[in-house]
Ligand binder design. Structure first.
Ligand code: KIV
Length: 291
């Protein structure tokens, strides 16, 4: 029996937190309802990441992502995700000014999407904000190391942990999020030896991306692992080559249209007028599924 045929119970933030040092936490990004439906049975956590700005909307980075974008994609994912804990990213500019701004926007994300938690990119300064949210009922996931929303300060997307100072800063960011009550911490783009050090230093499970297999869980941008882009970062493992599959399908469709091979008779409606003047509809394969 599939997991969805049974009574499905959603994973909770405390359950993810309790996985520290245990079975690895499986996480992926999702931005749409159909993708959430496919991924949900396989994942403990689905992240409506602000990477949606780059992956779906073609933005150069995540800086331009808005609350409205996160709400729309969060709602779409929540329509189909039944099992996984759904976490929505707080976009750049929605939480950094202070705890009250963060609380107003985090509660808006939870109320309007139905998701169970939010994620913030956690510089050391954000500890007080995370505590404010957690104390008031908002589960928070931290995100340390390479923080994509800081791209304009860093100059480019750059892995962290080159110098002793940089290692200490990332470790301090993770400890601040942990002490503030984050239920999990994404560790992105760090030196391979730094991730286990962070994992050992915090009570919350660490979720690696471009980090180390020694983290308590892993996350990837789903579109990267599906092979939808020509270029992906070094840390991505491609489990499919959907770009080539889509390319081939689109080329075959274009050739069929140009040669008038599509649509075929079975793919058209034949609406014969009945003697009483009422049109009769010939049913064809797939008829009535959509549109
Ligand atoms: O926005 C995102 O998809 C993320 C993951 C890469 C962790 O933050």
């Amino acid at each position: 029996m599939s997991r969805h045929a049974e009574t499905v119970r959603r994973v909770t933030a405390p359950e993810v937190r309790a996985r520290k040092g245990g079975e690895p936490v499986v996480c992926l990004t999702a931005y749409t309802a159909p993708m959430a439906k496919i991924l949900d049975p396989h994942c403990d956590l689905l992240l409506v990441g602000d990477s949606v700005g780059m992956v779906v909307h073609g933005l150069p980075n995540t800086v331009g992502v808005t609350m409205e974008m996160m709400i729309l994609h969060g709602q779409a994912v929540m329509r189909e995700a039944q099992h996984a804990l759904v976490v929505v990213d707080m976009p750049f500019g929605s939480y950094e000014a202070g705890a009250e701004q963060a609380f107003a926007n985090a509660t808006r994300l939870l109320k309007e999407t139905g998701a169970q938690a939010v994620k913030v990119e956690a510089g050391e300064y954000i500890g007080a904000t995370i505590k404010f949210l957690v104390d008031r009922g908002v589960p928070v996931m931290g995100h340390v190391g390479l923080r994509p929303q800081a791209v304009n300060v860093d100059g480019k997307f750059r892995a962290k942990g080159r110098t002793r100072e940089e290692r200490a800063r990332v470790l301090a960011e993770a400890k601040a999020a942990d002490e503030a009550g984050a239920f999990a911490i994404v560790v992105e783009g760090v030196d391979e030896t730094l991730a286990p050090e962070i994992t050992a230093a915090v009570r919350a499970p660490t979720i690696g991306i471009g980090a180390s297999a020694k983290c308590d869980g892993q996350i990837l941008v789903t579109d990267d692992l599906l092979g939808l882009f020509e270029w992906t970062p070094k840390f991505v493992r491609r489990y499919a080559d959907l770009k080539a599959t889509i390319d081939k399908a689109a080329a075959a469709y274009a050739a069929d249209v140009r040669a008038r091979r599509f649509p075929a008779a079975a793919e058209t409606y034949v609406l014969n007028a009945s003697p009483g003047g009422k049109p009769q509809r010939r049913r064809v394969a797939g008829d009535g599924k959509r549109g």
